[in-house]
Design a protein around this ligand. Structure first.
Ligand code: ADP
Ligand code: MG
Length: 580
C-alpha cells in the first residue's frame, strides 16, 4: 500500500472533493426516513395540507440532492481510480522493460503479464470501491444507529440484537469464499498455462498426433476450475438469501415490537415506518462494508505483487570506470576466466577465456545446451558473470553504460522474432536509417533476392511472427537488421541455420569483404560455416574443450574432428549440389 501512496497523492484534492460529495449524499439518505416519520407523526394529524406539501418538498429535495451528489461522486471516483491505475500500469510497464534477464526469469513472463493486467484491474476496483462505499458505508451504519437510538432506544435493541447474527453469517461466508477465490485464481493460472503451451506448441502437438491427449489435459484443468467455481457459487449463493432472511426476521420483529409500542402510545406509526427504512439502510451498509473488505484484501494482495516489480532492485550497476586493461596485446573483445550459473546450482559456463582482435571472427560450436548462447548473453550483459571478467577494448563491460555498450552490437539471436510490420521497418527497427543503408544491408544479407520477388518489395508486410516467410527468409531479414547499423561487434547465434549452403557461403563472403573491421562472434552447428574463422571455440557442458583454428582443432581436438567427419560424410553431396 505504501508503494501506491505516490500514485494517490496527485489525486488527493480531487478525492477529498469526491468524499465530501459522498458524505453529503449519505447525510441526505439518513435524513429522508426521519422526515417521513415527522410528516406521518406530527404533520398529518394536524391535517395541514400546505405543510404536508412543504415537508414533502423538502423530502424530494433531499432525494434529488442525494442522487445527484452520489452519481457525480461515483463518476469522480472512477475517474481518479482510472487515472491512478493508468499511472501504475505505465510505471509498471516501463519498469518491466528495464528488468534484467535474471529478474524476468524469477518473475516469469506469464506472471509479469498478469501483474500488468488482472492485478492492476484489482487495484483499480479497490481504489474506486474504497471511495464509493468506503465512506458511505460507515456513515450510514454509524449515523443510522445513532439516529435510531435517539428515536427509540427500545426498537434499536431489536436492531442491535440482530446485527451479530448477520455479522456471523457474513464473516463465515466471506472467509470461506476468499479462500475459494484464491484457489480459483491459481486454477485460472493453470488453465492459461495449458492454453499457452498448447497454442505455442500447436505444430509439435499435431505432428506427434497428441491433439486428443492435449484435449484431455485441457479438459482436466477446465473441469477442476469449473468445480471450484461451482463451490464458490454454492457458498456465495447462500449469502444473499441468508442475510435477507435475517433482515426480514428483524423487520418482522421491529413491526411486532413496534405494534405494542404504538398501542401503548409510546411511539408513533411514522417512527416505526422510519425505523424499517433505517434497519434496511444499516444492514445494507454492513454488507457493503464486508464487500469492501474482500475487495481490499484482493486489491492489497495485487498491490503487493505490483510493488514487488516496481521496487525490484536495479542490480545491473554501472561500476566506476577504471584504466583500460589491455592484458596481452590490443584486444577488442576478451573473456577472461568467466564462470556463470543461471540458477546458482551448477555452472552453465566454467572458466571460459578467449581474446579477439578488432576484425577477427570467433566461431563457437557445440551440442545444444552447452552454453553457446550463454556466452552471448554475458557479452551483451543480459546477465552478469559470477567470476572472471569480460572486456571490450580493455574496459570491463560493467563500467560501460548499458545503452552505450549495446549500441556497439549487431545481433541475431537464436529463435529471434520479427515485428508485424513492413520488411523495411523490420530492418530499420526504429533507428531512423536511410533507405540506402537498409537496401545495402538487405543486399549483404542476401535478402534482396527474395524481397525483389515480393509484391511491394521493401514495403511488403511481414505477418505476425513472420508466418508468411520461410525460416531462411526470416533469418535473412534478421541478419540485414543486424548489419544495417554497421555494428562494431556482430553476433550471429545460429543465424544461418536455415540458409541453404550456397546462400550461407555467399553471405559469409559478403561479410568478409564488407565488414573487415567488425569483430564477429558466430555460433553455428555446421563446421562449414565456421571453417574460415580466426578462432574456433568448441563447447561441451559449459566448458571449453578446444580452442584454435580449424586446422589446429582437426589435429588437437578429438570431438571437433568427430563432428567434422560426421558432417563431411553426410554433407558432401549437399554441398556439391548447393554450389552448382
Ligand atoms: P546453447 O549452447 O544451446 O545455446 P544455452 O547457452 O542456451 O545453450 O544454455 C546452456 C545451459 O543453460 C542449458 O543447460 C540451459 O538449460 C541453461 N539455461 C539457459 N538459459 C537459462 C535460463 N534463463 N535460466 C536457467 N537456465 C538456463
Ligand atoms: Mg543457443
Amino acid at each position: 500500500m505504501r508503494g501506491l501512496l505516490k500514485y494517490i497523492k496527485p489525486y488527493g484534492f480531487y478525492m477529498l472533493l469526491t468524499l465530501c460529495l459522498k458524505f453529503t449524499a449519505a447525510l441526505m439518505d439518513l435524513l429522508i426516513p426521519s422526515l417521513l416519520a415527522k410528516i406521518i407523526d406530527d404533520i398529518v394529524p394536524r391535517q395541514d395540507i400546505q405543510m404536508i406539501f412543504v415537508w414533502g418538498g423538502v423530502m424530494l429535495l433531499c432525494a434529488v440532492v442525494s442522487i445527484t451528489t452520489n452519481v457525480t461522486a461515483n463518476r469522480m471516483a472512477e475517474v481518479s481510480a482510472g487515472g491512478m491505475t493508468r499511472a501504475v500500469r505505465h510505471d509498471l510497464f516501463s519498469r518491466i522493460t528495464y528488468l534484467n534477464a535474471g529478474q524476468l526469469d524469477d518473475f516469469t513472463i506469464p506472471s509479469v503479464v498478469s501483474r500488468l493486467t488482472s492485478d492492476t484491474y484489482n487495484v483499480n476496483r479497490m481504489l474506486s470501491r474504497m471511495q464509493r462505499i468506503g465512506v458511505r458505508g460507515p456513515i450510514l451504519l454509524i449515523g443510522g444507529i445513532v439516529i435510531t437510538m435517539t428515536m427509540d432506544p427500545k426498537l434499536t435493541l431489536v436492531l442491535v440484537a440482530s446485527l451479530p447474527v448477520i455479522l456471523l453469517i457474513v464473516v463465515l461466508i466471506t472467509g470461506k469464499s476468499v479462500k475459494i477465490y484464491e484457489r480459483q485464481q491459481n486454477m485460472l493460472d493453470d488453465m492459461v498455462r495449458v492454453i499457452r503451451e498448447n497454442i505455442t506448441g500447436v505444430r509439435v502437438i499435431r505432428a506427434l498426433s497428441k491433439t486428443e491427449y492435449e484435449r484431455k489435459r485441457f479438459d482436466q484443468v477446465n473441469e477442476s476450475l469449473a468445480e471450484t467455481e461451482r463451490r464458490a457459487g454454492s457458498v456465495s449463493a447462500a449469502s444473499n438469501p441468508a442475510t435477507t432472511l435475517v433482515l426480514n426476521l428483524g423487520l418482522t420483529l421491529v413491526i411486532l415490537v413496534g405494534a405494542f409500542l404504538v398501542q401503548s402510545g409510546e411511539s408513533g406509526p411514522g417512527t416505526i415506518i422510519a425505523f424499517l427504512s433505517y434497519f434496511t439502510i444499516i444492514l445494507n451498509a454492513m454488507l457493503g462494508i464486508t464487500r469492501i473488505f474482500i475487495m481490499c484484501s484482493k486489491g492489497l494482495a495485487s498491490a503487493r505483487r505490483i510493488t514487488q516489480v516496481l521496487e525490484a532492485p536495479e542490480n545491473m550497476r554501472i561500476l566506476a570506470g577504471e584504466e583500460p586493461d589491455h592484458g596481452q596485446g590490443d584486444c577488442h573483445v576478451e573473456f577472461r576466466n568467466v564462470s556463470f550459473s543461471y540458477l546458482h546450482r551448477r555452472d552453465n559456463l566454467s572458466n571460459i577465456s578467449f581474446a579477439l582482435k578488432k576484425g577477427e571472427v570467433l566461431g563457437i560450436i557445440g551440442p545444444t545446451g552447452s552454453g553457446k548462447s550463454t556466452i552471448v548473453n554475458l557479452l551483451l550483459r543480459f546477465y552478469d558473470a559470477d567470476e572472471g571478467k569480460i572486456l571490450i577494448e580493455g574496459r570491463d563491460i560493467r563500467t560501460i553504460p548499458l545503452s552505450e555498450l549495446r549500441k556497439r552490437f549487431g545481433v541475431v539471436f537464436q529463435n529471434d522474432y520479427l515485428m508485424a510490420e513492413s520488411i523495411e521497418k523490420n530492418i530499420d527497427y526504429f533507428r531512423g536509417l536511410s533507405g540506402k543503408e537498409i537496401e545495402k544491408a538487405a543486399v549483404l544479407a542476401r535478402a534482396q533476392e527474395f524481397i525483389k520477388g515480393k509484391k511491394g518489395e521493401m514495403g511488403a508486410d511481414v505477418a505476425v511472427r513472420g508466418n508468411n516467410l520461410s525460416g531462411g527468409q526470416k533469418q535473412r531479414i534478421m541478419i540485414a537488421r543486424a548489419l544495417a547499423a554497421k555494428p562494431e561487434i556482430l553476433i550471429l547465434d545460429d543465424a544461418s541455420s536455415a540458409l541453404d549452403y550456397r546462400t550461407d557461403a555467399l553471405f559469409r563472403k559478403a561479410l568478409r569483404e564488407n565488414f573487415e573491421d567488425t569483430t564477429i562472434v558466430m555460433i553455428a552447428q555446421r563446421i562449414s560455416s565456421l571453417k574460415g574463422a580466426d578462432h574456433i571455440l568448441v563447447m561441451e557442458e559449459g566448458k571449453c574443450i578446444g580452442y584454435g583454428t580449424h586446422r589446429e582443432l582437426l589435429e588437437g581436438c578429438g570431438q571437433y574432428r568427430q563432428i567434422y567427419e560426421l558432417q563431411m560424410g553426410s554433407m558432401d553431396g549437399k554441398e556439391q549440389r548447393g554450389s552448382r
